[in-house]
Design a binder for this molecule. Structure first.
Ligand code: PEP
Length: 250
């Protein structure tokens, strides 16, 4: 079976203090006024807001996720946060291996794989991010890079739980540039084939999100591409009305 409901996930990155919770209250109102939408909705605020965001999400049609977790459950790791802590704060999902974490914190595929194991063991749905750089695409290596990232970042355990993968070409993140629909279609078909080859039915059921400058004006055409089962949205997730427009487009 292929995924039944698309997933629209917002990644707030390092944005948002108390006042940003007003946007979540607004999102709750908008979702409440539009029952029966096709998409599942997730918002990943910074860790400091997860608990309060989850309280707002109660009785609403969106859920809350983290943006990273450690590969261990607890211990002497100053500044880190574990899957158990995210779950305790009210998160259901966690973004792992985002290209900004790979770049800013040196996260390798092996680290992302350990974090993905920890998320699964801790009861969270991992959203594992992959994406090629512009140079890799220009050199014709995008398919190989994504194959390597998927092979290295996903533990065998991924086959046992709900699988969410986000394809985010690095050059399309926060730049206003999106991949062409043809490039997205080709990459998502490539990823689907690799996931089915490795995980069988679980790979067929995996949700494959596209991310990279998704906005209200391009969401519908991107979400209509075969094997695109949702979107990971950065900048356009910060304002409830923009984010809601993308949810409606799914
Ligand atoms: C992201 O970083 O996950 C992302 C897709 O960002 P943006 O939508 O701002 O390009």
């Amino acid at each position: 079976s292929t995924p039944t409901r698309p997933l629209i996930a917002g990644n707030w990155k390092m944005n948002g203090t108390d006042a940003a919770l007003d946007e979540l209250a607004r999102l709750k109102t908008l979702l409440g006024e539009a029952p029966g939408l096709a998409a599942e909705v997730l918002v990943c605020p910074p860790s400091t807001l997860i608990h309060r965001a989850a309280q707002i999400a109660e009785g609403s049609d969106f859920r809350v996720g983290g943006q990273d977790c450690h590969w261990l459950a607890s211990g002497a790791h100053t500044g880190d946060i574990s899957a158990a802590m995210l779950l305790d704060a009210g998160a259901s999902h966690v973004i792992l291996g985002h290209s900004e974490r790979r770049a800013d914190h040196g996260e390798t595929d092996a680290i992302v794989r350990e974090k993905t194991k920890a998320a699964l063991a801790g009861g969270l749905v991992p959203i594992v991010c992959v994406g090629e750089t512009e140079a890799e695409r220009v050199e014709g290596r995008a398919n190989r890079v994504i194959a390597e990232q998927l092979a290295g970042s996903l533990p065998d355990e991924s086959g046992a739980g709900p699988m969410v993968i986000a394809y985010e070409p690095v050059w399309a993140i926060g730049t206003g540039r999106t991949a062409t629909l043809a490039d997205i279609a080709e990459m998502h078909a490539h990823m689907r084939a690799l996931l089915v080859e490795r995980f069988g039915e679980a790979g067929r059921a995996a949700r494959l999100l596209y991310g990279g400058s998704v906005k209200p004006s391009n969401a519908a055409e991107i979400l209509a591409v075969p094997d695109v089962d949702g979107a990971l949205v950065g900048g356009a997730s910060l304002m409830a009305d923009d984010f809601f427009s993308i949810v409606v487009a799914a």
